[in-house]
Design a binder for this molecule. Structure first.
Ligand SMILES: [Zn+2]
Length: 449
């Protein structure tokens, strides 16, 4: 193996089994990280997209299409903001620029990282909870690569499930109705994952997800030639920001791209701002809130993908730690500011962006106006989703109807678990025992870089 897993809490180093999400030793929860044999970023120059960065990606499965994000130096937005060194990492659908994320968000980077790491046999289905974009990315990739996957999402996220090709039956969609929120999907997914043969994808705890997303930072640094002074992104769980920070630490260790960690300038969409609230109070713990009140707040924000009620903030290696280590800061941006920023970006750069990316740009404007970021700084703005409108106008898209609907009321009444598990016959997902999916092939793992 070209990497091992390491626990930041106790220092234990061990081999990966492709699914492991936590340290086997009993102690406070901590995010496992990867330790790669190569301490230098050795891009595979013959490869495109994420495959360029295999030296710092776990796993050895090659997927059908390598997700490709793009970084470029802004001209018009840069001039409008009077920010000389503004670089944009565009993780979306913009083929003319070289960004080919089919579902138009950076979630495709995460998913590729997860799928490249999983064993190719011995499970019934991968279980994923999502607010929408992650669901779309998993559905597309698992369908393309013939991997059995159960996707749970609230009804509010169903509109994001539009694809250029119809989904294969290995992917099942479970829609939670009756006012259910993302957190309800997470809770049910956790229960299903404990059933025989079902495997929780693990969200932020999955090193594949974070190292997959980290390729956005690797792409930026390969393009810019140095680490940026500031990294700007909107966060729901904060997994993208944690990933960017972990990549930056590796790049600092590499030493060719600068020795200072980019300061993380992160934002949430008011009035739902649990991470911002805790950070402002200087707390390591999130402020306790009533779940119903929190759910009501999530319905008021335009960037619904930022509505995680249980973000990995306090956990060792989580958002609090990366904000502190990077000397970063949090911003809260309301819907009007986000809409304004979305318009501004489209006018300047010529492509539509998602509300979460609007939140990030609005926070950047605030930081510039207050002088927190100076005009000479090298700034990396991560557009985590964009080109959704462009894609819809250019391509025929198929929506994916749910395979099963369960209401919030039914969730409480029981029986939901059996119905969900019943979507997969016990033999259905044993890929690799009798055959290997044609689109997954193992690589030697080392010879390529
Ligand atoms: Zn440990």
């Amino acid at each position: 193996m070209h990497y091992q897993l390491i626990c930041p809490a106790c220092g234990l180093v061990f081999d990966d089994d492709g699914f492991r999400l936590a340290c086997p030793r009993p102690h406070s929860p901590a995010l496992l990280t990867t330790r790669y044999r190569s301490r230098m970023l050795e891009c595979n120059r013959r490869a495109t997209g994420m495959d360029r960065y295999q030296c710092w990606l776990p796993g050895t499965n090659r997927l059908a299409h390598a997700a490709q994000t793009v970084t470029y130096q802004s001209q018009h937005l840069s001039a409008t903001l009077r920010l000389r060194n503004l670089w944009i990492t565009f993780s979306g659908y913009w083929p003319e620029r070289g960004a080919t994320l089919e579902t138009a968000t950076f979630k495709e980077l995460e998913v590729s990282g997860v799928l490249s790491r999983i064993p190719r046999y011995g499970f019934r289905a991968l279980v994923v909870a999502s607010a929408g974009n992650t669901a779309a990315a998993f559905a597309r990739s698992c369908s393309e690569n013939d991997i059995p996957c159960l996707i749970l999402l609230p009804a509010s996220g169903m509109a994001t499930l539009c694809f250029a090709h119809r989904l294969r039956p290995c992917v099942k969609i479970l829609c939670l109705t009756g006012g259910a929120a993302y957190s309800d999907a997470i809770t049910l997914a956790e229960r299903i994952s404990q059933e025989d043969g079902f495997v929780g994808e693990g969200g932020v705890k999955n090193v594949g997800r974070r190292d997959g997303m980290a390729t956005a930072m690797l792409n930026a640094v390969e393009t810019i030639g140095r680490l940026p002074d500031y990294y700007v992104q909107a966060i729901g769980s904060g997994a993208g920001a944690i990933a960017a920070h972990e990549a930056a630490k590796r790049l600092v260790e590499d030493s060719r791209f600068g020795r200072t960690l980019p300061r993380l300038m992160l934002s949430q969409n008011a009035p739902f701002t649990p991470i911002y609230d805790a950070w402002r109070l200087g707390r390591r713990e999130l402020v306790e809130t009533d779940p119903d009140a929190a759910r009501a707040l999530t319905k008021k924000i335009v960037a619904r993908v930022l509505s995680n009620q249980r973000p990995p903030y306090s956990i060792i290696g989580g958002v609090f730690d990366v904000l502190r280590e990077s000397r970063g800061d949090m911003f809260a941006v309301d819907n009007d500011e986000a809409f304004e920023a979305m318009d501004l970006f489209e006018r300047c750069e010529g492509i539509d962006i998602e509300p979460a990316a609007g939140v990030a740009l609005a926070a950047l404007r605030r930081a510039l106006q207050s002088g927190q970021i100076g005009a000479e700084a090298t700034v990396l703005l991560h557009i985590t989703g964009g080109g959704v409108g462009k894609r819809a106008s250019e391509r025929t898209l198929f929506s994916a109807p749910p395979d099963l609907e369960i209401s919030l009321e039914e969730l409480g009444a029981g029986g939901a678990l059996e119905r969900a598990c019943g979507l997969f016959a016990p033999h259905h997902g044993l890929i690799g025992l009798h055959r290997q999916p044609s689109s997954l092939r193992a690589t030697a793992g080392q010879g390529d870089f």
